[in-house]
Design a protein around this ligand. Structure first.
Ligand SMILES: *[C@@H]1O[C@H](CO)[C@@H](O)[C@H](O)[C@H]1NC(C)=O
Ligand SMILES: *[C@@H]1O[C@H](CO)[C@@H](O)[C@H](O)[C@H]1NC(C)=O
Ligand SMILES: *[C@@H]1O[C@H](CO)[C@@H](O)[C@H](O)[C@H]1NC(C)=O
Ligand SMILES: *[C@@H]1O[C@H](CO)[C@@H](O)[C@H](O)[C@H]1NC(C)=O
Ligand SMILES: *[C@@H]1O[C@H](CO)[C@@H](O)[C@H](O)[C@H]1NC(C)=O
Ligand SMILES: *[C@@H]1O[C@H](CO)[C@@H](O)[C@H](O)[C@H]1NC(C)=O
Ligand SMILES: *[C@@H]1O[C@H](CO)[C@@H](O)[C@H](O)[C@H]1NC(C)=O
Ligand SMILES: *[C@@H]1O[C@H](CO)[C@@H](O)[C@H](O)[C@H]1NC(C)=O
Length: 535
C-alpha cells in the first residue's frame, strides 16, 4: 500500500514535471505560415502557430504529435483566415503582432503590459510573461471549445462550440460554469435561464467558485471553492504515458471526453454528456425539428416549409414555401389549412393559451385567428404561437404541432402523408365561394341572352317608334297590328306605355302604379325618349 502510494506520488510528480517542460520564445521571434510555422513544446506534442483554415491560415494551439492536427485553441477565432504572406512577430516593443505583406499590423493577443517572454508548455498551455517573469496571459484561462488536462473552467467562464470541423469560428452552443455552482449548456445567444438550458450538472447552490477540471488520467469532475469534489463525470484512472485526453464541446452541442495515442489518427470518445443528439436546443435551426435514427440525426422542415440556403444540417433554417397574403382576405388567392405534426416539442413561447378539449377545436381556433401561425395541442391545452418555431425536436408523446399552411387556390395539390384540415368556417366559405360562382355564371348567361334579346328589341322599337312618329297622322299605326280591329287611341296608349317600360335606363321606366294609371287613361303619357344604343 505504502509502496503503491509512493509509486503513485512518483508517477504524478513525473507527469507534473514533464508538463512543466516548455519552449521559451524570446522577443524578436517570428513565425510564417509557409516557413517556420509553429513553436512546438519540447515533447513536440503541442504547437503554437499557424494552421490552415479555409483558404488561408489561423493562429492557434494544436496537437502536433498526431497525424490529424487537432486544434485546441484559436486566437481571434471569429477573424477571417489570413493569407500565406503574413508574419507573426513577438515584437521588441512587447506585443504579439500579425504583420501583413504590406506592413499592416494586427494584434493577436492583447496584454495590458509589454510581453518580455513567451513559453509553450508540454501541457498545451501558451503563456506570456512580463519583465518580472510574472504570467500576464495564458491560453488555459482563455478557453475556446476545449479543456486540456490540468486546465479548469472557472466560475463565470464558458466554452463555445465551433462552426464546423474545419472552421473554428464561434458556433451555436455554449457550456457555462455558472457562479451558482451549476455547469449548464445553452444555445449561444440566450440568457442563462432554465428554459433555454439543455444540460445541467444539477450542482447549483454548491458555492460561488465551483470549477470544472480534467486530469491527465481522463478524470472529469467539479470542485467546490474548498477543493472538495462535488461531482464526477468520468471515473478516470487510466493513467498511462501513451494515452492522452481532452474535453471539448463539439459542433453538435454535446461535450465529450476524448482519448488518443500518438500513433492513432482519430480521437476516441470516452464519455458523452448526452446520448440524445437532438437535445441541444436549436440544433436544427428555425422551423425545423430534429429526429434521431440510431447514431445519426436529421432535420425536417415543417409541412409547407422549405430549407433555405444550402439547408446544412446544423443551424440551417426552413422558410414558408407559400406566398403570404393577408389572412383577413378570405377570398384572396390563398386558402389556409392546418397540417399536423405529431410528437414534437418546441420552444414554449405562446401568445395565448386556451383550455380546449379536442384537437379539432384547437384547429378551429387557430384558423379563425389571423395572428395564429401555429398551435401546440396537448392534454386539453391549445397554445397559439407565431413563427418562427424554434428548438424543434421529435419526442414521443409530446405536443401535436398544428401548422397553418397557405395553399394557392390555383396550385392546390395535397401534400403526401399529411391530411389538411379545414375549419367549419372555411368549409362554409368554400360552399359560399362555389355558390356565388354558380350565381355569377348564371347571371352572365342571363345578361348575354338579355343583350341579344334587347338588341332585337331595340331594332323593333326603332321600327315602331319611327312608324308612330312618321305615320301616326296617316293612321299608319294600324299597319303595325295588321287587320285586327282596335281602338286607335287605345293602341297608341298601349304602344307608348310599352315603349316606356322597355327603356334601357331603369330609372326612366315608370313604376307599376304609373303604368296602371297610363293604361287606364287617368294619366297623360309623355312621348317616350329614343332608346340609346348598346354599343
Ligand atoms: C526556423 O527556425 C530555426 C530555429 O528556430 C532556424 O534555425 C531556421 O533557420 C528557421 N527556418 C526558417 C525557414 O526560417
Ligand atoms: C498577400 O497575399 C494575398 C493573398 O494571396 C494577396 O492578395 C496580396 O496581394 C499579397 N500581398 C503582397 C504584398 O504580396
Ligand atoms: C471565489 O474566488 C475568488 C478569487 O479567487 C475570491 O475572491 C472569492 O472570494 C471566492 N468566492 C467564494 C464564494 O469562495
Ligand atoms: C479505461 O480503459 C478501459 C479499457 O480500455 C476503458 O473501458 C475505460 O472506458 C477507460 N476509462 C477511461 C476513463 O478512459
Ligand atoms: C499504438 O501504440 C500503442 C502503445 O504504444 C500500442 O499498444 C498499439 O498497438 C499501437 N497501435 C497501432 C495501431 O500501432
Ligand atoms: C478517422 O476519422 C475519419 C473521419 O471521421 C474516418 O473516415 C476514418 O475512418 C477514421 N479512422 C479510423 C482509424 O478510425
Ligand atoms: C414548395 O415545395 C415543394 C417541394 O418541397 C416544391 O415542389 C414547390 O414548388 C414549392 N412551392 C413554392 C411555392 O415554392
Ligand atoms: C407519438 O407517440 C406515441 C407515444 O409514444 C406513439 O404511440 C405514436 O405512434 C406516435 N405518433 C407518431 C405519429 O409518431
Amino acid at each position: 500500500m505504502v509502496a503503491m502510494l509512493f509509486f503513485l506520488l512518483l508517477f504524478t510528480n513525473f507527469r507534473a514535471t514533464t508538463q512543466q517542460e516548455h519552449l521559451n520564445i524570446n522577443l524578436y521571434s517570428s513565425l510564417t505560415p509557409t516557413g517556420n510555422s509553429s513553436w512546438l513544446s519540447p515533447s513536440g506534442f503541442y504547437g503554437f502557430g499557424f494552421y490552415s483554415q479555409g483558404n488561408g491560415f489561423s493562429v492557434g494551439i494544436f496537437i502536433a504529435g498526431i497525424p490529424q492536427k487537432t486544434v485546441v485553441w484559436t486566437a481571434n477565432r471569429d477573424s477571417p483566415p489570413v493569407p500565406g504572406n503574413v508574419t507573426l512577430h513577438l515584437t521588441g516593443g512587447g506585443s504579439l503582432m500579425l504583420q501583413s505583406a504590406d506592413g499592416q499590423e494586427e494584434s493577436i493577443i492583447s496584454t495590458s503590459v509589454p510581453i518580455a517572454k513567451a513559453s509553450m508548455f508540454d501541457s498545451g498551455n501558451f503563456v506570456l510573461y512580463n519583465s518580472d517573469e510574472e504570467i500576464i496571459w495564458q491560453s488555459f484561462r482563455k478557453p475556446t471549445n476545449t479543456i486540456l488536462p490540468g486546465q479548469s473552467l472557472l466560475a463565470g467562464e464558458e466554452l463555445y462550440s465551433s462552426v464546423s470541423e474545419t472552421d473554428q469560428s464561434t458556433g451555436i452552443f455554449r457550456l457555462k460554469m455558472q457562479y451558482d455552482g451549476n455547469l449548464v449548456q445553452y444555445p449561444k445567444d440566450t440568457p442563462d435561464l432554465a428554459p433555454y438550458s439543455y444540460f445541467s450538472s444539477f450542482t447549483d447552490g454548491r458555492g460561488g467558485n465551483v470549477s470544472l477540471n480534467l486530469d491527465s488520467d481522463g478524470h472529469l469532475y467539479l470542485l467546490d471553492s474548498k477543493g472538495s469534489n462535488i461531482k464526477n463525470f468520468t471515473p478516470g484512472g487510466n493513467s498511462t504515458k501513451e494515452l492522452f485526453y481532452l474535453m471539448r464541446i463539439d459542433i453538435d452541442g454535446i461535450f465529450r471526453v476524448y482519448s488518443f495515442t500518438l500513433n492513432q489518427s482519430n480521437l476516441s470518445v470516452v464519455w458523452v454528456s448526452s446520448n440524445e443528439k437532438c437535445s441541444p436546443k436549436g440544433i436544427c435551426g428555425l422551423n425545423r425539428y430534429c429526429f434521431q435514427n440510431d447514431q445519426e440525426i436529421g432535420c425536417q422542415c415543417l409541412p409547407g416549409f422549405a430549407a433555405s440556403g444550402e439547408g446544412s444540417r446544423i443551424s440551417g433554417s426552413c422558410q414558408k414555401n407559400f406566398s403570404t397574403e393577408s389572412c383577413e382576405s378570405k377570398y384572396g388567392n390563398i386558402i389556409y389549412s392546418i397540417e399536423r405534426v405529431a410528437n414534437t416539442t418546441w420552444e414554449d413561447n405562446p401568445y395565448s393559451i386556451l383550455s380546449l378539449p379536442t384537437e379539432e377545436e384547437c384547429v378551429e381556433v387557430c384558423l379563425e385567428d389571423c395572428n395564429c401561425e401555429a398551435a401546440m395541442f396537448k392534454d386539453g391545452k391549445c397554445k397559439k404561437q407565431k413563427l418562427p418555431l424554434t428548438y424543434g425536436r421529435k419526442l414521443s408523446d409530446s405536443n401535436i404541432a398544428l401548422i397553418k399552411v397557405g395553399v394557392s387556390k390555383f396550385a392546390a395539390s395535397p401534400r403526401e402523408g399529411v391530411e389538411p384540415q379545414r375549419s367549419k368556417k372555411e368549409r362554409q366559405a368554400h360552399f359560399l365561394i362555389v355558390g356565388v360562382s354558380l350565381i355569377v355564371f348564371a347571371l352572365t348567361i342571363l345578361i348575354i341572352s338579355g343583350v341579344l334579346v334587347y338588341r332585337n328589341g331595340v331594332y323593333k322599337y326603332k321600327k315602331i317608334s319611327s312608324k308612330i312618329r312618321l305615320d301616326e297622322d296617316a293612321g299608319e299605326l294600324r299597319k303595325v297590328v295588321g287587320d285586327e280591329v282596335v281602338d286607335n287611341l287605345e293602341l297608341e296608349r298601349m304602344v307608348n306605355v310599352g315603349l316606356w317600360c322597355i327603356q334601357y335606363e331603369p330609372p326612366l321606366r315608370p313604376s307599376m302604379k304609373a303604368v296602371v294609371s297610363m293604361l287606364e287613361g287617368v294619366a297623360d303619357i309623355p312621348r317616350p325618349p329614343s332608346p340609346t344604343s348598346f354599343s
